[in-house]
Design a protein around this ligand. Structure first.
Ligand SMILES: Nc1nc2c(c(=O)[nH]1)N[C@H]1C(S)=C(S)[C@@H](COP(=O)(O)O)O[C@H]1N2
Ligand SMILES: [Mo]
Length: 247
């Protein structure tokens, strides 16, 4: 979550007496996020975060900076840069594309892009940061994962499994995510980029746009979303990068 070893120690110490952190660390993570993001705002900050911030100022401020929201930018700054085509090799037929959803309810689901587009649309302009050392401001629009699990997930979000796995339709690119990050309020299942439908090289018809993680977690051309109890594999983590890959 952060790279400061001293802060890490402090976090570990504080976590023993913190219901919030304990909630994030164990299975109740999703429920905690829901409680946080649905709460009223106090002084521009979500109320539970304000409470923990008052409780342990500097530390919590760093853990949940700005209510854990990544910075947003003016649309006029948005541009595009391309990187990574693993799993995008085959020609795309948008009409034939389906999203398989697994582990959210007792039976699996197969969704069309229209099913996704029927959910509330959210747009944001954020920075895509590649571990290779560049970043690009991009405007993405689509459906928040939070709205997606609200529509298709268990009645009680506390019942969400702790991890999420996503892969391309051909299975060649895949990412593993912790559920709190996967349902972070800025995590989008995006179908538009910079005001247009996604281009194939940027992940048409549906990609992940999550500014709280490095670019490599932002999987393009999602074919399967699976909620799971076990920490899933991750394409770039297998090549030596950090599994969590948070920013
Ligand atoms: N399917 C797939 N998704 C992927 C990749 C890839 O190789 N295949 N590369 C990742 C990496 S390393 C980055 S930085 C971003 C880049 O997204 P962009 O090409 O839209 O800028 O896509 C990510 N998603
Ligand atoms: Mo990347």
């Amino acid at each position: 979550m952060n790279e400061d070893p001293l802060l890490d120690d402090e976090v570990r110490r504080v976590s023993r007496r913190s219901f919030l952190w304990a909630g994030l660390a164990v299975g109740g993570a999703a429920g905690v996020w829901q409680a946080i993001v649905r709460s009223p705002r106090l002084k521009g900050m979500l109320a539970p975060l304000r409470a923990v911030n008052d409780f342990n100022g500097a530390l919590w401020q760093r853990l949940f900076r700005e209510g854990a929201l990544a910075p947003t930018f003016d649309k006029s700054l948005a541009g595009a840069r391309f990187n990574g085509n693993v799993g995008l090799g085959s020609p795309l037929d948008p009409a034939a594309w389906r999203l398989r959803v697994d582990g959210l309810q007792s039976s699996d689901r197969v969704l069309t892009l229209d099913d996704i587009r029927a959910l509330p649309r959210t747009e944001h302009t954020t920075e895509l940061k590649c571990v290779e050392g560049w970043s690009q401001i991009v405007t993405f629009a689509g459906v928040r994962m939070l709205d997606f699990v609200t529509a298709y997930g268990p009645r009680n979000p506390v019942d969400l499994p702790p991890f999420v796995w996503m892969e391309t339709p051909d299975g060649r690119y895949y990412v593993g995510l912790d559920t709190p990050s996967a349902i972070h309020p800025q995590t989008l299942l995006a179908y538009e980029m910079n005001g247009h439908l996604l281009e194939p090289k940027h992940g048409a018809p549906l990609r992940l746009a999550m500014p709280v993680k490095y670019g490599f977690k932002n999987i393009k051309r999602i074919g399967l979303i699976r909620f799971t109890a076990e920490r899933p594999r991750d394409y770039w983590q297998e090549d030596g990068y950090d599994w969590y890959a948070g920013l």
